[in-house]
Design a protein around this ligand. Structure first.
Ligand SMILES: Cc1cc2nc3c(=O)[nH]c(=O)nc-3n(C[C@H](O)[C@H](O)[C@H](O)COP(=O)(O)O)c2cc1C
Length: 327
């Protein structure tokens, strides 16, 4: 007698994912698209919401506007964004917040979203993944993101990092040149500005891994879903310089705001003093602190190793899943 065996396929649970994005050059939008594509191919429903500031930020940035944006970035005082296009009754299983860093803080459109009643409502009670693309100093901004997400009632589950190609000292030239002139090409033997195209392409590994995790209700587990994929690599030496710079930024931003609001002429003289301070900081304090740390490295190594492991949480820099999800 012929026996028919019916194998039951596991039921896939398809999820609703909200992705928040804003990008001036399209770089962050490209990375976001790489992450989203595998989710959509697997059948998950992804709503991509692009933040639109009521008054657009310029690109490239005129130098005065660039410096003038500093105090409000640091003090998290963001100008408003346009209303979102999300239908009011939409329910999401997961929120992905993609952002860039402006002056060691989240870019103003992301700050505007996270501090708005609508943004808080969308995040409340939800698992959240953050994705940052910036020059390379994202630690302070991510600390702020963690605080704002927690205040809104969200739970940060993973953090993915994309930084500009080339040595940290080279990007001190290539990134500001890109932001202030719009030119991204290789110059004076330095690498092109921005995240390497290959890194952008490989961002799709996170989408494939996330899709697998969502299929198994991973977003409900409370644990990180994207470990083993080299999600976040920290250079602890830069972390120490960044901490010092962030402390100074807090003081400077308060001082400048005491002189006037964004766009007002009366704060321009103090902005000029700040700009000179910033250039001096980049040319002297940063290389000097890197040199001192290098000289003290035998003494500092255990502390730096601990700091690295702590700052790379929750997704980490390990690579054990890279082969599985690489393409
Ligand atoms: C006003 C401004 C300030 C910035 N400050 C930082 C910073 O503090 N740290 C950093 O790593 N990158 C910084 N960047 C670079 C951005 O994070 C980002 O890499 C760049 O603006 C391109 O992003 P987008 O084209 O996707 O918008 C800054 C860019 C701008 C426009």
């Amino acid at each position: 007698m012929l026996q028919l065996r019916v194998t039951q396929l596991p039921e896939l649970s398809l999820k609703n994912v909200l992705v928040i994005n804003y990008s001036q050059t399209g770089q962050l939008a490209d990375i976001t698209a790489e992450v989203i594509a595998p989710l959509r191919s697997a059948g998950h429903n992804v709503h991509l919401e692009t933040l639109v500031p009521e008054t657009p930020f310029p690109w490239p940035w005129p130098i005065v506007d660039f410096v003038d944006a500093f105090p409000e970035c640091v003090q998290l005082d963001a100008p408003p964004i346009k209303p979102l296009s999300i239908p009011p009754d939409s329910q999401f299983d997961l929120v992905i917040l993609t952002y860039q860093v402006w002056y060691l803080a989240p870019a103003l459109p992301m700050t505007a979203f996270l501090t708005s009643p609508e943004g808080k409502r969308l995040i409340n009670g939800k698992p959240v993944i953050t994705l940052v693309a910036c020059r390379n100093m994202w630690l302070s901004a991510q600390k702020t993101m963690q605080k704002l997400i927690a205040e809104a009632g969200g739970q940060l589950r993973d953090h993915l990092v994309f930084t500009d190609q080339g040595h940290a000292l080279a990007t001190f030239i290539t990134t500001p040149r890109w932001v202030l002139t719009g030119r991204r090409n290789s110059w004076l033997g330095l690498p092109p500005a921005g995240v390497a195209p290959e890194e952008i392409r490989q961002a799709s590994r996170f989408g494939r891994a996330l899709s697998d995790a969502l299929n198994q209700d991973g977003e409900k587990s409370g644990a990180a879903m994207l470990t083993g994929l080299r999600a976040a690599t920290v250079n602890p030496r830069l972390a120490l310089s960044e901490r010092a710079a962030h402390r100074a930024f807090k003081v400077w931003s308060k001082l400048i705001r005491a002189f006037g609001r964004r766009g007002q002429w009366r704060r321009r003289p103090i902005l000029l003093v700040f700009a000179l301070y910033l250039i001096t900081l980049v040319l002297t304090v940063v290389p000097l602190s890197l040199l001192i740390q290098w000289l003290l490295s035998p003494l500092l190594t255990p502390r730096l190793e601990r700091l690295k492991a702590e700052l790379e949480q929750p997704s980490g820099s390990q690579e054990y899943n890279l082969n599985k999800y690489a393409q």
